[in-house]
Each structure stands twice: as C-alpha cells, then as structure tokens.
Write a protein that binds this ligand. Structure first.
Ligand SMILES: [Zn+2]
Ligand SMILES: [Zn+2]
Length: 565
C-alpha cells in the first residue's frame, strides 16, 4: 500500500466509526492520523516500525494499524467495522455532501443497504421525510446516487495504469505467452475505464488459462469467459478485465480489432471497406495494416472514430504533442496556500527536471479553506519570487494566482493586486450547484475580465466522483477565442478538465490550450503525463499549447496579454 491508500483506509475507518456512533474522540484520532500520513514525504512502506512510531502524531495503536495495512491491507478495527456494515452502505459513504451521520439515517431508518435500494427510496420520495432530510436534499442525493451507480464499475485511468502495466509484464512472463499488449480503452488512454482489455498470444489456451488463474491478482468469472476470452477481475480494480486469447499469427488483427472504438473499426474507408472488414488476413504490424488501406498509421489514442480516418487518408494527422514539447509548468501551488512544498522546493524541482519556467498560482483570498493569499501574502510571495529569480536565472518563476471566480463572476482581488501578477488562472471552487445558464454566465464574466489569462478546470468535474457543473462549451470557447484567454487542460488524473472532446473545437476557433498539472507537491508535476495523453486524444499539437512556448515566447505572451487590458 502507498501512503495515499493508507490515508484513505484510515479515513474510511473514521467514517465507519462515526457511522456506528463511536466516541468522537476516537474517530478524530483516525482523521488526524490520515492527515499526518497525507503530509508525509517518505513512503510508509519504506520505513521501519521504529521510524513509523517516531512520526509526530502517530501513536502506538495507530502504528499497529499502519503495519496491518502494509502487511495485509487492513487492520483489526477496520475489519470489525467492515463486518458490521453492508457493502452498499460503505459505498454510500462515498456520496459527496452526505456525511456518515446522514448515511446512518438512510441505512437504519430508511432501510437502504445498497445504492439501488437507496435510489428506490429517493424515487418513492421517502428520503425527504427522514430525520435531517428535505425535498431539496432528496433531489441532490438522488442525482449523486445515480452518478455513483453509473460509475460503480469504472476507474480513472491514472488510478490503474501502473497496476495494469504490472499485470501486462506478469502475463508476458508466463511461459505459455508469445506476445501480450494492453488494448481497448487503456491503450486509447481514455480518461475513465469501464473495461480493461489485454490481448495475449499463446499456442495452448488451456495451459495459458491455468497460468493466468494462478496469478494472485486475478480471479476469473468463468460464466463470462469464452473459448478465446478470459473474463474476470483484478484485485483492487473496479472495472472488469477481459483478456483476448489469440494465436501469434492473428495477434495484430486482434490488437487492432480490440484497440479501436466500435466507431473507429467500422468507419467507412472506401466503398464497403472498413478496418474491421480488412482484418481477414494476418499482418506483420499495425503499420502494415493501415498502409494496406492507403492510410497513414493512426496512433491508438486517436482511434475513436472521429476525424482520424479522414486525416490518415489525406496525410493530415496532426503532429501530436509530446512530453518533450513541454517547456514549463503552469498552475502550481506552494505552502503559501495549500501546497505541500515551499516555493523554493517547487522551483528547484521544476528546474531540476529541465523545465525553463514555473508558473506559481496559489489560491486567492476567498478560498479560506485552502489558505488563500491575502494582499500582504501576495506581496511577500512576489518578493520571494524576485529573489529566487535572481538566484535561479535563467530559470524563471512567473508570479500568478489561481483566482476564485466569485459567484457573480468577478475575480478575487482589487484591480491593483490583479495587475501585479504575470498571469492569472481563473477557476470556480465554490457554489458548484449551478444550472447551465448560471455557470456559463459566471465563466463568461471571468473570461471577459481583462486580467484573466487562463481558464482553470472548466467544469469542476471529479472523474467517477462528481459531475462537473454544466457549461455551454461552445459559448465559452468562442469567448476565449475573442479574448485570447487560454483554456486549461487540467492534467490531474482526477479532473482532466476541459474534456478532450472539446479540444478540436477550441483549435478550430484558434484558442490556445495549456497542459497544467495543478501540482500541490513536487511530484504533482508528473501528472502532466495524464494531461498529455488526453491532449493527444484531442489532436493537440505543440504550437497550440501555451506551456510549449519557450521562456522568451511565453514572457512576451504574458506581457502582451497584460498590455491589451
Ligand atoms: Zn482549482
Ligand atoms: Zn489549483
């Protein structure tokens, strides 16, 4: 288990204890231990028991719990409460906006033990009459439960890519296996995965199946498996897993067939010809297949059945952006607000990784919960940036802010303070419950504010967890085109917002995008990888990406934007 999994387990224990009406002091000790774990630099799995005991805020009992998590993925107290709680009720604890006490009412008074039963209760209007609920909260709950039900077998790509890469290597290592590759949604780098697919070539499928079933992380659901498929689960992953078993000579055919979306493989290429209809003979490579159809090779992440076939036929596939095209890192937090590392640490690490510049944008004053910067903090930070810039030159830190977009669409400081920044990321963090008109108007007002440089995480969505507020994407993109406001592709694997499906429209309108990690700690920079994957899906090239600009280019860009005010 890594620290974030340990943190989540401790939090879950706290929620379960509250659900069962445990002593609040006991409950709180788990919450604070979870916070301590979340703030650690070192992975707990690399520490000795004595070292864990020496951590401030971790007592003896908690250290034992942590050892349990590291050794067997659980601990006695957690086991005890899990046993007392129906699985569906545990899932209810994940409904945002409804704490354990509310869940206890839904379960004990309402009688709901599964999400489906809870939905039924909402539909019958019975939740509104329960203690602490009303018509309005019943509606909110209904929407949240519907979202959870539709997402209960889905995973964020960034949550499972490591585990699946490990699985692919484990399968490759089996003696029966001749070739193996991920395919399907994983290979297309979809932001949310509801089916993990892998293609495996072997001669003897029976022997292969036996070896697969001997892998500890896998469990087969035999009823859903077939003669050439293995269907089942990977421990700890909610999305089901489907392995396509094939002979080596048909490996490329199976790979192409299962990688592309249904639309992609069925898209007409010529009269009566599709990719699917062409998979009737063996191919040496995927390149050979696409070439045989008179097309350029199409990378997996583009195989969605959108414009890629047209592009490939006319040799117009965009030169998709690469990791090496990223020259700087924008939208990052430091200990000035809710970041884990200091401005200096964030800057030095960024420079060490070879980037030319860092855009720091801590939270603004209204975001009190995130330690938003007051006027005096802004001045203090800008002074430190000045000093660091002298020391670290030619590396440069740009002074920015992630300004809350207030309820009326205005930004979060006086004109004078706003003018003091090199760039401003404008984002919504509160009052997320909006209809499309209200949300769009709020964003439009921020976009037309001359101080806004970048529109941050456009819809506020949290993948698989919370739907974003609805926005009129076209209106927003067109306003950004008019004002030259850059649209962020928030690269956090939890967000990946703006959705990549709108990148093409933004490019068509001449809007620039920016792959921003929204890093709250040094290793948060790594999230740019996930932003890059979806940016490529949307067809983004380096020339349309803000943080692909060199330092002189982006300096000029920020200055010009400021002059236009
Ligand atoms: Zn934000
Ligand atoms: Zn942020």
């Amino acid at each position: 288990m890594n620290n974030s999994e340990i943190k989540n387990s401790l939090k879950l224990a706290a929620q379960l204890m509250e659900l069962h009406g445990e002593n609040p002091f006991k409950t709180r000790s788990y919450v604070s231990a979870a916070d301590v774990v979340g703030g650690l630099d070192a992975e707990l799995s690399t520490l000795s028991t004595d070292e864990i005991l020496a951590i401030d805020g971790i007592g003896k009992g908690m250290a034992t719990n942590i050892s349990g998590l590291l050794e067997r993925g659980s601990f006695d107290n957690l086991d005890k409460y899990m046993e007392m709680t129906p699985a569906g009720v545990v899932e209810m604890l994940g409904i945002s906006g409804f704490g354990p006490k509310k869940v206890a009412v839904l379960w004990q008074e309402g009688g709901a033990e599964t999400l489906e039963q809870l939905m039924e209760l909402c539909l019958q209007g019975k939740v509104a009459s329960l203690k602490g609920f009303a018509e309005k909260s019943q509606e909110t709950l209904k929407a949240a439960v519907a979202f959870l039900i539709s997402n209960q077998y889905k995973e964020k790509y960034g949550n499972i890519d490591q585990a699946i890469a490990n699985l692919v290597s484990a399968i490759e290592g089996l003696k029966e296996v001749q070739s193996c590759s991920e395919s399907g949604q994983m290979r297309r780098r979809m932001e949310v995965i509801d089916l993990v697919e892998i293609v495996v070539a072997a001669e003897d499928f029976d022997a292969l199946r036996t070896s697969l079933n001997a892998l500890q992380v896998l469990s087969e659901e035999e009823k859903k498996s077939g003669p050439t498929t293995w269907y089942g689960r990977h421990v700890g992953i909610k999305a089901p897993l489907k392995l396509h078993l094939t002979s080596l000579d048909k490996f490329v055919q199976r790979l192409v067939e299962t990688t592309g979306s249904v639309r992609h493989i069925n898209m007409p290429i010529a009269d009566q010809v599709t990719i699917k209809s062409s998979l009737i003979r063996p191919f040496e490579s995927e390149e050979e297949l696409y070439q045989s159809l008179g097309m350029k090779y199409i990378v997996p992440e583009l195989r969605e059945g959108l414009k890629e076939i047209e592009w490939a036929k006319n040799d117009q596939i965009p030169a998709l952006i690469e990791m090496s095209d990223l020259k700087g890192i924008l939208h990052n937090h430091s200990t000035y607000s809710d970041g884990k590392h200091t401005l200096r640490q964030m800057a030095e690490h960024c420079r060490q990784l070879g980037y030319e510049y860092l855009g720091i944008s801590d939270h603004s004053q209204t975001a009190v919960y995130a330690g938003g910067l007051q006027d005096a903090d802004v001045a203090r930070q800008q002074e430190e940036i000045k000093q660091l810039n002298e020391e670290l030159a030619p590396f440069k830190i740009f002074s920015g802010i992630e300004s809350d977009i207030l309820a009326d669409g205005s930004l979060d400081y006086s004109e004078e303070i706003l003018s003091s920044f090199d760039f401003i990321v404008a984002s919504v963090h509160s009052g997320l419950n909006m209809d499309v008109k209200k949300a769009t108007d709020r964003l439009l007002k921020a976009i037309y504010n001359p101080h806004t440089t970048i529109l941050g995480h456009m819809t506020g969505r949290l993948l698989v967890q919370r739907e974003g507020y609805p926005v009129d994407h076209k209106a927003i993109i067109e306003a950004c085109a008019e004002t030259r406001v850059v649209i962020e592709i928030n690269a956090s694997p939890y967000r990946l917002d703006m959705d990549w499906r709108w990148i093409d429209y933004a490019l068509e309108k001449g809007v620039k995008l920016s792959i921003n990690p929204d890093a709250h700690r040094m290793d948060g920079y790594q999230d740019m990888y996930y932003g890059l994957q979806v940016a490529r899906k949307g067809g983004l090239t380096a020339k349309d990406n803000l943080n692909s600009m060199s330092l002189p280019e982006i300096t000029a860009f920020f200055e010009q934007k400021k002059k236009k005010k």
